[in-house]
Design a protein around this ligand. Structure first.
Ligand code: HEC
Length: 335
């Protein structure tokens, strides 16, 4: 209701300014049918007209060198894929965790380069290769979702045939929400988790962002079983590595969640019992939580382990040693 009211206000303002009604693109308060500016348009014989103006839509995310085919991207210059969706559909997703009928996605494919201007490392987007487009339209397409491809210059494209083609099948089987690969779009993934709209048939490996979100919501103790599950089922997962977990602990610490940070660091100490840094981090968290005894115990443990440490380089060892010794001095001074 509020939104309709606002639109009416904005509209009368623009008309008052003498603007032509044609430019008033109602954002369709019901959100079920995107306005003509962002909705799919077809030629009389049913070909999709190349979507123009999508660069002003909501930016969903980008992939870099993503490949579902081991043969692809073999030229050594991985492509960027930038995904856009109309703002009305984006708003609808934020509210419901699903896509309204008439949603259209544009996936831009850009070739990459790593040599240019002042760039020494990393890759940037260089030349447009083409667009992959996906439209959800229950009345137009018997299989609900249809797929289109545009090269650099094509003005129209017919839907891929048959209806359940390779694009359709891969999206149907593997995409997290309906036909969209929300598992690769971090901001939308949070919404999908919150709304419970991830397809039960799609197994999503737990990433760091999700682990952190769970800890924020329910604490480490309740989250640890999910962590154990990853350990059992996906030994190469990023979240099992020492360094990302250590960083997560420090993020919790700076968010004033010392107890949760202690839980995370305790786990790192358990999984990496020879790591001086793990003990030093745990000591830091105890120190922040005001547990002086444990802070001293783990600072000493870190110093002890440094003696046999072969994984950290000299600089890192020196940093850990200084951090642990400084902490012990502070603890002594406060006693
Ligand atoms: C083997 C699986 C697979 C096939 C086949 C496939 N895609 Fe995708 N598609 C993906 C993945 C994974 C993404 C996630 C984003 C990325 O790669 O950047 C994606 C993303 C997209 C998106 C962005 C919106 C979304 O659904 O997340 C569009 C549009 C799209 N693909 C169109 C196509 C078209 C058109 C075809 C066929 C020509 C096709 N795809 C074939 C896996 C596939």
């Amino acid at each position: 209701m509020k939104r309709v009211f606002l639109l009416v206000l904005v509209s009368s303002f623009l008309v008052g300014m003498g603007m032509c009604a044609k430019y008033l693109q109602p954002a369709t308060a019901s959100s079920s049918a995107p306005s003509s500016g962002s909705g799919a348009q077809f030629t009389p014989d049913g070909r999709l007209i190349r979507p123009e103006g999508y660069r002003r839509w909501a930016y969903v995310s980008s992939g870099f060198g993503m490949s579902y085919n081991p043969e692809a991207g073999g030229n050594g210059a991985p492509a960027f894929t930038n995904v856009f969706v109309a703002p009305e559909a984006y708003d609808f997703f934020q509210a419901h965790g699903t896509w309204p009928d008439k949603t259209m996605f544009v996936l831009e494919i850009y070739g990459s380069s790593s040599h240019g201007s002042i760039n020494q490392k990393g890759s940037y987007q260089e030349s447009l290769v083409g667009l992959d487009v996906e439209v959800k339209d229950e009345s137009r397409f018997p299989d609900k979702w249809a797929y289109f491809g545009f090269n650099n210059s094509a003005k129209t494209s017919s839907a891929m045939t048959p209806g359940k083609n390779a694009c359709w099948n891969c999206h149907d089987q593997n995409a997290a929400v309906e036909h969209s690969f929300v598992q690769f779009y971090p901001e939308l993934l949070k919404v999908a988790y919150a709304k419970g709209t991830i397809k039960p048939s799609v197994h999503l490996a737990m990433g760091m962002a999700r682990l952190e979100e769970l800890i924020q919501q329910q604490g480490w103790e309740k989250t640890e079983p999910a962590y154990d599950e990853v350990k059992r089922t996906d030994a190469s997962s990023e979240i099992l590595k020492e360094q990302p977990m250590n960083l997560l602990g420090y993020r919790l610490l700076s968010a004033s969640k010392a107890q949760e940070a202690i839980g995370v660091f305790q786990r790192v100490v358990k999984d990496y019992p020879l790591s001086p840094n793990a003990c030093d981090s745990l000591a830091d968290a105890y120190f922040a939580a005001g547990n002086k005894e444990k802070a001293a115990e783990y600072s000493r443990k870190a110093l002890e382990l440094l003696g046999q440490d072969t994984t950290d380089n000299a600089q890192r060892r020196a940093n850990i040693e200084k951090a642990a010794k400084d902490r012990l001095l502070k603890l002594q001074a406060s006693n």
